[in-house]
Design a protein around this ligand. Structure first.
Ligand SMILES: [Zn+2]
Ligand SMILES: [Zn+2]
Length: 279
């Protein structure tokens, strides 16, 4: 690969940014280096250019892309646009979009909180997907091993806050799995070199998706239980009916097959499941 003077100095600034612990700057500078020549976006050119930084810097650059945050959200969530964060349109109509919690997942990053794979140069995507998936898997293992927080019997409202927090964490991991599978599918289609590594990722991600889905349903059951307890303790008949409305809502959500139309729905996982069950 031809590396002229100005490209070399761009790559040197990528290297310096990585060395100085400024991964976001390194990502921006690398994108700038790719813009140096239109052909750099094609085929394996981005990965060749990244490898020209040397092995350690190449790995650091892959990690920098993997960690780069989504520009449209913070940690994959934002206040629900449909209900303006209230969780309901009036007291009776619960917002399906955010499943009544007022916080929705980001449409750009599918709730993962990471920059979308579209932003990552084509040939670097498999390596980034491998790093992200490993991170998702170890984070998920930790979370799934932690008992569900809160004691609804003592204080349903406090228990609910903890359950909502857990649901958001699970959904963020689900978004990351969804995107990793999408990237793996794309890379496999184009026969990229990291295909083999991605196959392992794909199998692990699918297994994890099932466990995350199960855990999310447990949390929804917890929410249902907290509203049921609240209904037994509330003073007025109207408040009790409102609580019972929530109990019915979460009971039906637990039975929903794919959470379609809500922020818990993940299109790639749904697509894979549909293909497997209709085979
Ligand atoms: Zn909402
Ligand atoms: Zn986002």
């Amino acid at each position: 690969m031809q590396i002229d003077g100005s490209l070399r100095s761009l790559l040197q600034s990528v290297s310096k940014a990585l060395q100085a612990g400024r991964p976001s700057d390194a990502v921006h500078l690398f994108i700038k280096a790719l813009a140096h020549d239109r052909s750099f976006h094609q085929g394996d050119r981005p990965i060749q250019l990244a490898k020209a930084l040397g092995k350690m810097r190449f790995l650091a650059l892959v990690r920098a892309f993997a960690d780069h945050p989504c520009m449209a959200c913070e940690n994959g969530v934002h206040e629900c646009d449909a209900c303006n964060g209230r969780g309901a349109f009036d007291d009776w109509r619960i917002c399906d979009s955010c499943v009544g919690i007022g916080t929705s997942d980001c449409e750009f990053c599918a709730g993962s909180g990471w920059i979308t794979y579209n932003y990552v140069p084509d040939s670097l995507r498999p390596a980034v997907a491998v790093v992200r998936s490993k991170r998702t898997l170890s984070e998920a293992r930790r979370l799934l091993a932690t008992p569900l927080p809160g004691n609804a019997a003592r204080d349903p409202a406090v228990a609910r806050r903890a359950l909502v927090q857990r649901l958001l964490q699970l959904n963020r991991l689900m978004g990351a799995v969804n995107n990793a599978l999408d990237a793996a599918r794309d890379a496999t289609k184009t026969g990229r070199s990291a295909e083999h590594a991605l196959r392992g990722v794909e199998a692990a991600c699918l297994k994890l998706a099932i466990r995350l889905d199960r855990a999310a349903r447990q949390v929804l059951l917890g929410l249902k239980e907290s509203w049921r307890l609240e209904a037994t303790r509330t003073g007025t008949a109207e408040k009790r009916r409102l609580c019972e409305r929530r109990v019915a809502y979460y009971a039906s959500l637990v039975r929903s097959r794919h959470f379609r139309g809500t922020s818990l729905f993940h299109p790639v996982l749904f697509e894979i499941h549909r293909r497997r069950t209709t085979r």
